[in-house]
Design a protein around this ligand. Sequence first.
Ligand SMILES: [Zn+2]
Length: 138
Amino acid sequence: MNEVHLRRAIELAAEAREGGNPPFGSLLVGPDGAVLAEERNSSLSDNDITAHPELKLARWAAQNLDADTAAGTTMYTSCEPCGMCGGALARSGIGRVVFALASRQLNGLKSGPGFTDVPTDGPYLYEEAKVPVEGYYP
Ligand SMILES: [Zn+2]
């Protein structure tokens, strides 16, 4: 854990809030300690529910880093990544995430019910649905 990087993530969260967005920020640090990229939540100013800083950095890493470099990076983030960002991080190849505020701590700072899962229904039509998938994955 690097307190300088984690404190920068908290600063980015404050900057997001000052810009009229939810208060979350993240940065991606290379294996040599160099900051590769920084992001702030911009979900309100961009009118984009996916504009979380962790997801933006996961996308950036996948587009700009080779797999070995990505695996050597650490994301420092002001809050534990949500489920959406966790999925993107798993696909990004980023090596490690260090967070300040835990999700349960964040929830303790919120009022109201927060997000609920969308009801899902399935599986159905296996024989038809498997056709475009079969043979795709080695
Ligand atoms: Zn998120």
